[in-house]
Ligand binder design. Sequence first.
Ligand code: FAD
Length: 515
Amino acid sequence: MSSQPSSRNDASAGEATATLIAALDRTLATVVAKASARTSQGKDIDAHQPQAERVAYFATEVRTAKALADYAAGEGSAEPYVADMALAFAAEVASKAAGQLDAHADDLGLVPSSIDEMLLTPAVRAAIRAGMSDGRITAIGRHQLETRGVNNSPLEEIAAMARDAVRQFASTEVAPIAEHIHRHDDLVPDSLIAKMGELGYFGMAVPEAYGGGGMGNLVMIVTTEELSAVSLAAAGSLITRPDTGSDVASLTCRAEPAERDGKKGWVVNGAKAWCTFAGRANVLALLARTDPNPKQGAKGLSLFIVPKDTFPGHAFEMRQPSGGSLTGKADATPGYRGMHSFTLMFENYFVPGENLVGEAGGVNKGFYLQMAGFAAGRLQTGGRATGLAQAALQRTCEYANDRKQFGKPIGQYGLTQYKLGRMATHIAAARQLTYAAARAMDADETIALEPAMAKLFASDVAVWVTQEGQQLHGGWGYAEEFPISRYVVDATVLPIFEGVKPILELKVIARNLLG
Ligand SMILES: Cc1cc2nc3c(=O)[nH]c(=O)nc-3n(C[C@H](O)[C@H](O)[C@H](O)COP(=O)(O)OP(=O)(O)OC[C@H]3O[C@@H](n4cnc5c(N)ncnc54)[C@H](O)[C@@H]3O)c2cc1C
């Protein structure tokens, strides 16, 4: 088996990738079956959390390797070095899995020698060596330097047109203000929101029958990527979503039936932390406890659309003529600036009855109504993370071409090329996983697993790639003058919001796989 880089979709790389994917598939099936049995079909995950987390992450990596391999063998086959990236990524997943399974064989209930039979066959070992060879990965890196890391991956026609148009919009309308918004913790300007609204960027994936753009999730993701590459905070959030923190059952904000000025509705009391864009917004989506019995947990929650006035700045206070109040104070954050995330306090705040989602039928159904919103938000975050990582790759390629040390550009050093090769490979993998999740959601909007995996993996890639990019910038990577310093702090929010990483792994992915 050749370890030479191919630059095109050559048969030997494709065959080696297929060998790896087949081995990963059978290994994952065994590992999931063992973990499922250990956790009583997922009911007992909490007694085996580290194991469940490991299985969830391994399954995510296997799905990612398959998404990139499918793309390399099909739609993306004309993309230079795509076959090398698919092989390199699958090889890295297999190599890591071999070490992890061996180290944790006792916990998983695996006989260590069985790892050789199901995963580390001679053909797989050869494919790992070929895929992870320095020559292959540095060649991918050199190609990135030559093309300055720009992403022109083949796409279906409408998505490709959307990418070109949004890339142009982002560079003329968002790029000039992105750095200022970050450094001054400004609010994203109304004029930008208005332009994005006119272009139909909000609600793109929502069917036309419900007032959306009806463009589907893939176009929404491609749009998100391009906007996030320029500013994660100012332009990358195309859909809003109420979130709840991990422990929904402990949510204390409560709503009680009330009547004000002859109008039936609800009175809300309590605090809500981390409500992004709550100052500028004129409505908030709020999950509040409508069943006072705390034992009802998530079953006692309802979803409200809470009307409010719009406020600029980092704090606001709204008083209703009937006596209720809503105050908000933005929590200062190192990154993800531009929308401001508020801690809110509701005191006897009146919400009209028609603002309960689902009206009478929506009482105590809020959490379930909310579930679909979680999946859509996670899918979009896969796109946000991919776009941000892509921006870091491009800025780093430009810097590595320009910066000279010890008499030549740092991009001419093998280690720089190797690092850029791995960065580009992981971004391609995150992108194809997210696109596959978008297509899967178009086919079935009720799915939860695929968007959660896309969010989990792409967020980790964004954190790692931005930090690698920062190191390749040396001291200038820490200077605000270079956007890579903003990308690093922006990226760190990605594994936290929309479901913090351990909760996503245990309560969404592991539950889905082991149940
Ligand atoms: C900038 C920013 C913007 C945000 N915007 C919004 C927004 O607009 N709307 C909104 O509603 N929310 C928003 N959030 C909140 C975000 O979604 C939550 O912070 C996130 O879901 C994590 O919940 P938590 O803070 O309750 O973390 P916790 O639940 O306290 O988790 C912290 C850690 O505890 C551990 N842990 C917790 N539970 C378990 C368990 N059962 N088993 C094992 N380990 C566990 C994990 O290691 C976890 O990482 C935002 C957050 C940030 C930082």
